[in-house]
Design a protein. Sequence first.
Length: 94
Amino acid sequence: MKESKIERKLVNEIKKRGGLALKFTPAGQRGYADRVLLLPGGRSVFVELKAKDEKMKKLQAKRAAELEALGFRVYRNVDSYEKINFVIKEMYGE
């Protein structure tokens, strides 16, 4: 499945639940997660989306580790609707 379809599904599911799934592109920086989820209750998490069976690059893994070291939750290699459902379940308890 294409990354764009997975990304669209994530954005729609988060929006339905009252959150935002913003494209995360910090100026002058590379390798950060594709989306930052801003959720009700002041929670934020990062999501790295991939096409089916695609893996993160070294820089992406490094950036994810940096965010995790700061205490943020990072979902890596979200490459299917099943993994989106896992993220939703963890974030919303569904």
